[in-house]
Design a protein around this ligand. Sequence first.
Ligand SMILES: NC(=O)c1ccc[n+]([C@@H]2O[C@H](COP(=O)([O-])OP(=O)(O)OC[C@H]3O[C@@H](n4cnc5c(N)ncnc54)[C@H](OP(=O)(O)O)[C@@H]3O)[C@@H](O)[C@H]2O)c1
Length: 262
Amino acid sequence: MDLKNKKVLITGGSAGIGKAIIKELVNRGVQDIAVIGRRKEPLEALRTDLSSVNFLTIQGNVAKSDDLEKAVSTISEEWGELDILINNAGVVSAGLLAEQSEEDIINQININVTGLILLTKKALPLLQKSKEGAIMNLSSGFGYIAMPFYSVYAATKAAVGQFSDAMRRELHQYPLHVMTVYPSSTDTDMMTTANTGEMDSPEEVARISVEGLLSKEINVVFGGKEREDSIRMNFLEPRKMDEYAISNFEGMREMAKTHRSM
Ligand SMILES: NC(=O)c1ccc[n+]([C@@H]2O[C@H](COP(=O)([O-])OP(=O)(O)OC[C@H]3O[C@@H](n4cnc5c(N)ncnc54)[C@H](OP(=O)(O)O)[C@@H]3O)[C@@H](O)[C@H]2O)c1
């Protein structure tokens, strides 16, 4: 994939991994980037931080269909084309299911899954006209291996992976590559309320994800060989993963205790 002259739409590009992905793309020659985010100030900060970029900033919530409609029609009017969609915006609310508010459950699903699917559907007519396009969806390590205290978040992130695979197969007649990124713990605002140890940097996650896009990888999985082995074990011997989760249950409770970024 050649990034020159590509037009990109990214959700949640105003912070964390999304912002790092924008910087990585800009360093590799992308100039036209549309960004959706709820808060106005971080969107405006993008323009000052990266003054050479032709930004279309769209203040909106990916869980609101009208906001997605507005984003796609702005791109249609301003550019008339779109090559790369990066579905990055996401939220998390950890805790025992019994203790999760209905509001947090519904919002995690609406933002992480429904919004991602609806935006993809609305952007498809533009993407299908691209001569060389891509859809990159941000899942999570929890999308492969579900853990206690993250039942809803893990369910949303597993949905993202399945959606990507189905879309890649559904769109095989188009020059559109569909891929999924599965980050491990990454040092962003999303993690400030989690009690966790070592984390990847968003810059590193962005660099490896964009390299994966360029080489048309299907799944970019963080966490190295250890993670790959765990994914295999989770699939082939789920009871072993149950044992691991049970023996680490109290540690995970501690990590998740205050973890909420909505
Ligand atoms: N950080 C990690 O450890 C980690 C690990 C695995 C996977 N991930 C996934 O990676 C992605 C990026 O995470 P991050 O750590 O970079 O998060 P982050 O630092 O919290 O940034 C999230 C970005 O998404 C935007 N956003 C959130 N909800 C939105 C909504 N409803 N509509 C529009 N924009 C929204 C935020 O802006 P506003 O708040 O202004 O809307 C912000 O720009 C997420 O999908 C996350 O689930 C992260």
